[in-house]
Design a protein. Structure first.
Length: 553
């Protein structure tokens, strides 16, 4: 098996560091400083060796080395705490990393207690090499997230964030996960399930058939006690950073630290309810019973959305004459006809809203007003609370229930143009009439759009030829590579690689067929370039050059 890439190793480091509450760069540094032991599949480890009840089989793979190294560093830190080390002796608050003294302690190695079956032996290494590797990896992470040189503010920011978090906790699943992470890391547990069981046991709650909402009170009580117990130890800090990261739904601990520099409030923005608002809109057509109050609610929403001066102006815009509507009150057939027209126009408006919504504050407030009128709620706070309840139901509901997130309706595509240009491409439309190949396939989902008409024409030409091949073969093509802009490195290097930038070259596969089979099928009649790959046995290449070219790469 091939040796792991840098990105794969990094991912192992991050997962292990998040699990144990240690600083990820120390794991990368241990790998660099030790380069041992030799492991299966040609890898090297992080200086972790078997001892006590830990066998070589348990630490003979890279991911196992990382897991035990993280456990061992955490155990070493706890032993230093027991020896009287303070938080400031272990963590450099200004630079946001372990102190040189702490790195020296890790470099000295660690013999774990025989009673701990989750910790292995950490061999000693050169402290200068370990420190240099640690600082280099941390500097890379710091610069990637744009963190300042001075991180002295971090502890105060974390404590302010935690002290206020219970005021904004409403029991959304990801919020619960954020709080549970603090319980898990503080209790040296590996999984969310273990954290739930631990908290339930401490609160005398039954673990079997436990509703997770029952954890909310003991969770909030646990979090409220944290500031008084905070003593600046690194794993305490990592637990609070992890809490912030999950609460704010950020991609890394460094992004969480950066976010705290600008805002220490755990208050959620109203964007959090957007998915509930869209789901509300999607359900409206089915829930519309054509009552007077519902018509009034939708008409007001239409008026506000289009910034019209009055209800009468909204009715005019909807195609209804307000005076005729008033005069038809005594004429039941005319009234029914007007109401039917209004209903049709209002439903068309509602169906367009999910795609018209651009997350603007003004638009959001209009939709909140619509929810308020529709649900007959008194205050805006009640509206927001009702949407939070929708969010909870949506996150937990089975897909076949009415509480689940409704599937989106397909976009209403414009009419197919007479001729394709760079300005009118429709991603999901077939390139040629009644064809099967689309612009989405040709442009990598719209990420590589043709820059000029010559490229568009070339893409149409190869689509015509490829459709002919597909029809002869009677099988669908799975497009792997088509148009590629000049700013991207070539996907493959072969005699026809420059044709990708012209737009008239395609790499494709067909289910159940090899590249050789496709090549032989096309060879006798394909008019342009035709190729196959030894390294990729199911891939076939075609292009629309004006003469026959054949190759095997």
């Amino acid at each position: 098996m091939a040796i792991l890439t840098l990105e794969q190793r990094h991912d192992y480091y991050v997962l292990a560091a998040e699990r144990t509450g240690i600083h990820k760069p120390i794991l990368a540094a241990l790998y660099q400083a030790h380069g041992s032991p030799s492991l299966a599949e040609g890898e090297t480890g992080l200086g972790i060796s078997p001892i006590h009840r830990i066998s070589m089989e348990q630490v003979n793979r890279f991911e196992q080395q990382v897991q035990y190294a993280a456990n061992t560093v955490r155990s070493l830190m706890e032993s230093l705490v027991a020896q009287g080390w303070t938080g400031s002796e272990m963590w450099n608050a200004e630079h946001g990393r372990y102190t040189d003294q702490m790195v020296q302690a890790i470099a000295s190695g660690y013999l774990p207690p025989a009673s701990d079956s989750t910790v292995a032996l950490l061999e000693s290494c050169d402290p200068k090499v370990l420190l240099q590797a640690y600082l280099k990896d941390w500097e890379k992470e710091r610069q990637k997230a744009g963190l300042p040189d001075d991180l002295t503010h971090l502890d105060d920011s974390l404590l302010v964030f935690v002290e206020r978090i219970c005021d904004y906790y409403i029991g959304l699943p990801y919020q619960r996960d954020a709080l549970l992470e603090v319980v898990r890391i503080g209790s040296k547990l590996d999984t969310r399930e273990e954290a739930i069981a631990s908290l339930a046991s401490a609160a005398n709650l039954p673990v079997d058939n436990l509703e997770e909402s029952q954890l909310d009170i003991p969770l909030k009580q646990f979090i409220q006690r944290l500031p008084a117990k905070y003593t600046n130890y690194p794993y305490q800090r990592e637990a609070l950073i992890r809490l912030t990261q999950i609460w704010r739904q950020l991609p890394s601990r460094e992004h969480a630290i950066a976010a705290l520099a600008n805002n220490t409030s755990p208050e959620e923005t109203l964007k959090i309810i957007d998915s509930a608002l869209i789901a509300f809109l999607q359900r409206l057509p089915e829930a519309y019973l054509r009552t007077g109050s519902q018509r009034s609610a939708l008409t007001e929403a239409y008026q506000l959305w289009h910034q019209l001066e009055s209800r009468s102006a909204a009715l005019w815009a909807l195609g209804i004459d307000p005076q005729k509507l008033a005069h038809s009150a005594s004429d039941r057939p005319a009234l029914i006809n007007s109401a039917t027209q209004l209903d049709r126009a209002l439903l068309e408006f509602v169906r367009r809203l999910p795609t018209a919504y651009q997350e603007l504050d003004q638009q959001r407030e209009i939709l909140l007003r619509l929810v308020q009128l529709w649900r007959d709620l008194t205050t805006r706070d009640q509206v927001i609370e009702s949407l939070f309840d929708d969010l909870k139901q949506m996150e937990q509901a089975r897909r076949d229930t009415s509480e689940a997130t409704p599937p989106p309706s397909p976009l209403l595509l414009p009419k197919r143009p007479q001729a394709w240009t760079t300005e009118n491409l429709q991603l999901f439309a077939s390139i040629i009439p009644d064809g099967s190949l689309t612009w989405a396939e040709a442009t990598r989902g719209g990420t590589c759009l043709p820059p000029n008409q010559a490229t568009v024409d070339a893409m149409i030409h190869i689509a015509e030829l490829a459709q002919r091949a597909r029809d002869r073969l009677g099988r669908s093509f799975l497009i792997i590579n088509w148009y590629q802009s000049a700013s991207l490195p070539p996907a493959f290097s072969h005699p026809g690689y420059n044709r990708y930038q012209l737009g008239d070259a395609i790499d494709f596969t067909c289910e159940g067929l090899s590249g050789n089979q496709l090549y032989w099928f096309l060879d006798a009649w394909w008019p342009g370039g035709l190729g196959r790959y030894k390294q990729f046995p199911y891939l076939c290449y075609i292009d629309a050059q004006s003469y026959r070219i054949r190759w095997q790469h």
